[in-house]
Design a binder for this molecule. Structure first.
Ligand code: PPS
Length: 346
């Protein structure tokens, strides 16, 4: 039997019933099962290959900016920074009150609408945007991808897909900002998100979650090839690599670098405006980037602090046992190897 392949060449492996049954002990299932994309082993809901093939023919524009991340690495923060730098540096654009998911499309979101819980967790605001922007179009062909096509002019595009699953000439066509976060803080944030979002309804402990994460048994993983593919391209003129921790420690300094990368020519005052508008407290006060309350487990959402949970570096110290810390530190060291990647952990 011939192997199922993506347009980008990678092989698609459908996870077995036994694997899905085991997964369902910890989290919600997906209607079309789960696939692994080989050789890197990306784990995604079963509808993903269709969307991955579809994004190969998206027309990226020279002035688009793509924010690429592994989940919970500072995506939303960077999306808001870029959108504000490009479209609202004087903080006077009335469009800024629109939810971020409307202003900046997540082209990797369509696959999540395959959760068995999606009717309960209904992304109404996305559907409403889709109906308005894409009249007569079919939801099954991808809400986000079609909304992106229908967005005029310059766009800030979000993706959790790694560089290898995007069109091979992406960096020839457009600019990419890659954000990486230290894996200990990222996994704590990811755990809260997995618990709070109805599409995942994660039931296990943090320790179980971290072990699944390190064993590449969670959606979106594995994290290392995701980071390394971008790291290897960090000197490409169209890729800008940022660490969450550096952005947190010196936001104005990192924005100056972005100002150069994007050739936006913003003044120091305009950059200050962006820093202020995109601070954790400002963004939290304006509400979640996904406004649909039905997507969240309400009580957990309130008690954990919501999407804008803590926004700090080093929160992992409040959650890790010494043993878990030791195990994860070794895993990080082994995987970083001689790549030259250095994460700040405090
Ligand atoms: S997602 O769902 O994958 O797109 O999530 P993502 O946006 O990548 O990551 C969410 C975490 O980023 C924190 N965050 C911020 N930190 C500092 N400043 C600002 N402005 C900011 N905005 C979002 C957010 O709080 C999540 O981290 P945790 O550790 O859970 O608080």
């Amino acid at each position: 039997m011939s192997k199922e392949r993506l347009l980008t060449g990678q092989e698609v492996e459908h996870m077995s019933e036994a694997w899905l049954t085991k997964m369902a002990e910890e989290q919600s299932n997906f209607t079309h099962g789960v696939v692994r994309i080989l050789p890197d082993g990306w784990l995604y809901p079963g509808t993903t290959p269709r969307f991955l093939n579809r994004i190969q023919s998206v027309k990226y524009r020279p002035d688009d900016v793509v924010v690429m991340t592994f989940p919970k690495s500072g995506t939303t923060w960077m999306q808001e920074i870029l959108w504000t730098m490009l479209f609202n540096p004087n903080l006077d654009n009335p469009q800024a009150t629109q939810p971020l998911l409307v202003r900046s499309t997540d082209i990797s979101s369509d696959m999540m609408f395959d959760s068995v819980n999606i009717e309960d967790a209904n992304p109404e605001s996305l559907y409403a945007t889709f109906k308005k922007m894409c009249p007569g179009k079919n939801v099954e062909d991808g809400i986000a991808i079609q909304c992106l096509d229908a967005t005029p002019g310059q766009r800030v595009i979000k993706t959790h897909y790694p560089l290898d699953l995007m069109p091979p000439d992406l960096l020839d066509k457009t600019k990419v900002v890659y954000v990486a976060r230290n894996p200990k803080d990222m996994v704590v944030s990811f755990y809260h998100f997995y618990k709070v979002l109805k599409v995942f309804n994660y039931k296990g402990s943090l320790e179980m979650f971290i072990k699944s994460f390190m064993n590449n048994e969670l959606m979106y993983g594995p994290v290392w090839p995701h980071i390394k593919q971008a790291w290897q391209k960090r000197n490409h003129p169209n890729l800008h690599f940022v660490f969450y921790e550096d952005l947190k420690a010196d936001t104005q300094g990192e924005l100056q670098k972005l100002n150069q990368f994007l050739s936006t020519g913003l003044s120091e005052q305009q950059l200050k405006n962006v820093v202020q508008h995109t601070s954790f407290s400002s963004m939290k006060s304006r509400g979640d980037p996904i406004p649909d309350k039905s997507l969240y487990n309400k009580e957990l959402h309130q008690s954990s602090g919501g999407f804008f949970r803590k926004g700090v570096t080093g929160d992992w110290k409040n959650h890790f046992s010494p043993e878990l810390n030791q195990e994860m530190s070794k895993w990080i060291k082994d995987n970083i190897g001689d790549s030259g990647i250095h994460f700040k952990m405090d």
